[in-house]
Design a protein around this ligand. Sequence first.
Ligand SMILES: Nc1ncnc2c1ncn2[C@@H]1O[C@H](COP(=O)(O)OP(=O)(O)OP(=O)(O)O)[C@@H](O)[C@H]1O
Ligand SMILES: [Mg+2]
Length: 460
Amino acid sequence: MDVEEALEFVDHLALTTTGKHLDSLQKAILCGTWNNQKYKEIAQHHNRSEKYVKEVGFKLWKLLSVALGEEQVSKANFRAKLENLQASNIVSLVGNGCIHIGNISADSSQSSKKLQSEPQDKDKFHEKTSNSEPKIHLDLGDAPEPNLFYNRTSELTTLENWISSRTRLITILGLSGIGKTALTLQLIPQIQHEFDYIIWRSLHNSPPLASLQTDIIQFLSQQQETELPSLIEYLRSHRCLIILDDIQTIFSSQQLAGNYQPGYENYGTFFKQIAESSHNSCLILLSWEKPREIAALEGENRPCKSLQLNGLGTEAQEIFREKGLAEEDKWSQLIDLYRGNPLWLNIVATMIQDLFGGSVSEFLSYDTLFLGDLESLLEQQCDRLTEPEKQVMGWLATPEPADISKIPENLQLSPPELLKVIQSLGRRSLVETVKQNGRSYFTIQPVIREYIINKTRSKN
Ligand SMILES: Nc1ncnc2c1ncn2[C@@H]1O[C@H](COP(=O)(O)OP(=O)(O)OP(=O)(O)O)[C@@H](O)[C@H]1O
Ligand SMILES: [Mg+2]
């Protein structure tokens, strides 16, 4: 399949699905994507803003995902998906105005007619079919480009339902690399029709609340008004979606989870205000740690919800397939060990390729879990812990789940203190609860256990 055939195929698909041909910008996005161009380059060639081109791109991938019944088509996988579909004979283009998708065949003779009768005058054609400027204003700031993405259907459905039922504050929690950012990027095209404004900001530089609010208001006002209303007034008068990524940066290190750094406490009041006051907008927070006020605010019928993101299941095998690992029967063991964390699995797959030429069994034959590049990632999260948290992690770093009613003496923690520490570790997604005979036991996952054991060993 070449780019022309791909364009023809997608054009047929768009016509059968939406009744409209692709417009010139959509074609430019497809061509650019096929040739590995970034949105920025496509936008420059087409005299459009990068923001607008991304927005049109998102819609296009959504349309393709729906039309093909594929999990997720994205900029990163568009070419591979089409080539795969053709290679597996699922898609065939035939020169008589028909496309075949699996056993469905769409007669687009009408489209051929339209194409023929479509003006030789290109401008008129584009004018008729081009996207009118969108009603939604989208500013994804420094959000990364969506990448290969597998599954997460149930999480996406949950988030969509929460948004449709007017949840005002959603927190997506999970360890680094578990896929919070990737999931939220996938969510945007699915819910964007519900909003007038969508803005994404990362807090990785820990902006003070006032400067973040000014930045958001500037976007919401589209720099048109001289007297700017407050942010909450905008959230009342328009349906806005604000996504704040990496919010752990505003929390203190060496304090229990979710405690604000000095000077950032007003973020807590802001989150509470968004959750409690009446408006139709939504704030999504992505974090390693759960903010303290969220726990008190959330509940079944409350406008505040949290999603604890766990690892991928068997679909994570796609990561290994893509990396070209051998011994497929061992892959589920790897996924289990690394708890389906997509970032860790990517790193481990690369490591297995580099060290063992792709042999998973050779990698697994070592008694200890080799962490390699994962070590520095884990350090960033574990360095944030308080001393008592570190001690409890050391205690939990055994294969057997621990019974917290039997506190070892060396911990020197009272039962309420221990519970507080365990709760904090839970809010950092670092401990797992196991139910045995109606009682709760606590444990930590293998990779983190290995990290803690290595750390203790190197100290002694
Ligand atoms: N469902 C998925 N399928 C395939 N790859 C995924 C999936 N989710 C995440 N990834 C990949 O895993 C890596 C980590 O994901 P992501 O950046 O979303 O994690 P995160 O939870 O936001 O981490 P951090 O807290 O460090 O920002 C990325 O390279 C991403 O493309
Ligand atoms: Mg992230």
